[in-house]
Design a protein around this ligand. Sequence first.
Ligand code: ADP
Ligand code: TRP
Length: 326
Amino acid sequence: MPRRITGFTPSGDLHLGNYLAAIRPIIDQQASTDTVVFISDLHALTLEHDPADVRRRTLEFATLLLAAGVDPAACLFLVQSHAPEHAELHYLLESTTGYGEAQRMIQFKEKTARQQHVRLSLLTYPVLMAADILLYDADEVPVGEDQSQHVELARDIASRFNARYGQTFNVPRAVNPPVAGRIMDLAAPNDKMSKSAPSTSGTLRLLDEPKVLRRKVMRAVTDTGSEVVYDPERKPGVSNLLAILAECTGDAPRRLAEKFDRYGELKEAVADAVIATAAPVRERYVDLAADPGHVGSMLRAGAERARERAIDTVRRAKDAIGLLPV
Ligand code: ADP
Ligand code: TRP
């Protein structure tokens, strides 16, 4: 069974793009893969944050992943900070990574350019991500393009550590999410739908009420002309709606385009399909959120199981790098 790992950083709100590209594939494949799913709360500390907000979202994300169908019996499901081995391995890997190497990360450069006070953890964040991955001997890391460079770094760190200190880590690789095209923002179809978009009018949040989802779809920016065709270059708005409909219904965007004469009809169908996808998740979320103690106990059990594997990896790494065993 291939070993996979996916992390969700509790900032912003989970949206349909996250669901279709990252969450649904986990659920579809959790029985046939050895999967780790975790809330990367330590990663949320790399940018200015409100402590209460991070705590609330960590529970919200965990509850939402369970509501979507993540099965803690089929995968390892935990909050990152509940397994201190993530931070422990992070330090050992920092001692295997060059300063220049960390500084070269594109996301670091982009985020630094937008900030006045840059936290040291923003620089070392990809090394923590490498620790997350190597800790569980992951073979495959499904990530979007923006994270591929971080997985490359994890590969470099693992290979270097193995070459310098002896075989310790499995060398992972990035795999592309099965959603080929990205889901774009409904109000700005040239930008991807994002947890951290400045406005939420084009973001289909998984916890939006059905009537809000419908309103956002009906107000989606479309393109000049009135013909429904799938052409992401020339008609990004309409093509995005077709891509969303295709992902929600399992049909192909070009075939779907032939079924509609007007934008209005297409939007009605997209709204129905989005609601049929998101509403059941939201309903299960409401039920689960009524008993946060139950979610908490699943997270505690998940961390306990995850640590059994993580402790072993950290022990291997400590031995190899030269620390005296207790
Ligand atoms: P965001 O960009 O919204 O902050 P993340 O970077 O946390 O989201 O991404 C979490 C996962 O969701 C990744 O696997 C990423 O590839 C996927 N994802 C995020 N946004 C989209 C999108 N608009 N379309 C398709 N997949 C997406
Ligand atoms: N950095 C990822 C993101 O922002 C989340 C993440 C943290 C992750 N650690 C990971 C993803 C390990 C995959 C594997 O989306």
